[in-house]
Design a protein around this ligand. Structure first.
Ligand code: NAD
Ligand code: IPM
Ligand code: MN
Length: 364
């Protein structure tokens, strides 16, 4: 039996609905495996702007730093879209990633046989897809200075800066090689080396890191080609490693291999403090508050938390098995339901997954 302190940041829109679901699932795990999870809630994003005047209050950051792991829903929404840069919900997310040194974002993409017809892609293309996108999360265009607008020689000008230190590239590429050495031993490093100097340095570092992992194959791929290859033949990938913005875009694209953005979990790992777990999707304002969101991405993120932060492998497996079982039994939220299939709500999906965990005889 173990006791763990989990900081929960529901955020905005469906962030609240999906984190509630994941917490209920974690409570089922606590019951089933005799653990204690203590949940502490904090403000982030739009709600934090409204209630505390800043997208990342100091109390939230302090609480997260003192936790064993953080679970985050999503931030943002139309209400705050016109705000100045420092008062945008997304700023809170970027700030917590930077402040907690959450530089390694793992986004696993896995085929679910029962969802084969939910993807717009043909079953034979997506069958057995199993790869991880390793996205750099605390550098690149998202954080480079200068950034902003100015008037230069009477002309309105805007600048965003793509900045990386050698060490920041080395550590994320190393994470990718370490992961690949425990998997199918292939790293695809994605860049735009035909245009960007930052990508040429990235490529050079990837070659250097590869020398330390002689049993792992390294290939380089330009990002535009990678976007196409993800649809043409996704089974070629094992570990994809890429900089912040390329990873953001490619992972939303890759989610459609599983059928929905609502299926993809992620772990944002730090080597200096607690890590954070978050679905890759956003606050989905179009369906927020309607009990329609797919909670599976967040539930699978909580399984990643159990495995990667707490070393609770059996418990993580139990969550993943329960998700498989419920999907195989035909339960579908609207995003993955095909014509004629019965659609369940967020809450019903969570209840089914909880029940599957509590009934799971295989590991008793
Ligand atoms: P989004 O990911 O919120 O939604 C894109 C589409 O996918 C929408 O149609 C939405 O309904 C659907 N979708 C997303 N998650 C789903 C789920 N779990 N179940 C069912 N359907 C789901 O992206 P967007 O619409 O471009 O952005 C909306 C807001 O979310 C913006 O303010 C954006 O900045 C923010 N955002 C936040 C995060 C985050 O907090 N990590 C990530 C992405 C976007
Ligand atoms: C994500 C989101 C964020 C990102 C936004 C909301 C800042 O799209 O987590 O993928 O671009 O990193
Ligand atoms: Mn994104």
């Amino acid at each position: 039996m173990g006791a763990y302190r989990i900081a929960v940041l529901p955020g905005d829109g469906i962030g609240k609905e999906v984190t509630r679901g994941a917490i209920e699932v974690l409570q089922a795990i606590a019951t089933r495996f005799n653990h204690q999870f203590e949940f502490q809630y904090g403000l982030i994003g739009g709600e934090a702007i409204d209630r505390a005047g800043t997208p990342l209050p100091t109390e939230t950051l302090d609480m997260c730093r003192q936790s064993d792991a953080v679970l985050l829903g999503a931030v943002g929404g139309p209400k705050w879209d016109g705000n100045p840069p420092h008062l945008r919900p997304e700023k809170g997310l970027l700030a917590i990633r930077k402040e907690m040194n959450l530089f390694a974002n793992l986004r696993p993409v896995k085929f679910y046989a029962s969802l084969a017809d939910s993807s717009p892609l043909k079953a034979d293309i997506i069958q057995d897809v199993d790869f991880v996108i390793v996205r750099e999360l605390t550098g690149g265009l998202y954080f480079g200075k200068p950034s902003g607008r100015r008037v230069e020689n009477g002309e309105e000008t805007v600048v965003d800066t793509l900045l990386y230190k050698r060490e920041e590239m080395t550590r994320i590429i190393t994470v990718a090689f370490e992961l690949a050495s425990k998997r199918k031993k292939k790293v695809t490093s994605v860049d735009k080396a035909n245009v960007l100097e930052s990508s040429r340095m990235w490529r050079e570092i990837a070659e250097e890191v590869a020398k330390e992992f002689p049993d792992v194959e390294l290939e380089h791929m330009l990002v535009d080609n990678a976007a196409m290859q993800l649809i043409r033949y996704p089974k070629q990938f094992d570990v994809i490693v890429t900089e912040n913005m390329f990873g953001d875009i490619l992972s939303d694209e890759a989610s459609m291999l599983t059928g929905s953005l609502g299926m993809l979990p992620s772990a944002s790992l730090s080597t200096t403090g607690p890590s954070l777990y978050e679905p890759i999707h956003g606050s989905a304002p179009d369906i927020a508050g309607k009990n329609k969101a797919n909670p599976i991405a967040t539930i699978l993120s909580s399984a990643m938390m159990l495995r990667l932060s707490f070393g609770l492998h059996e418990e993580a497996n139990a969550i993943e098995r329960a998700v498989q079982q419920v999907l195989t039994s035909g339960y579908r939220t609207a995003d993955v339901a095909k014509k004629g299939q019965r659609v369940v709500s967020t809450k019903e999906m969570v209840d089914e997954i909880k029940a599957a965990i509590l009934d799971d005889g295989a590991i008793l």
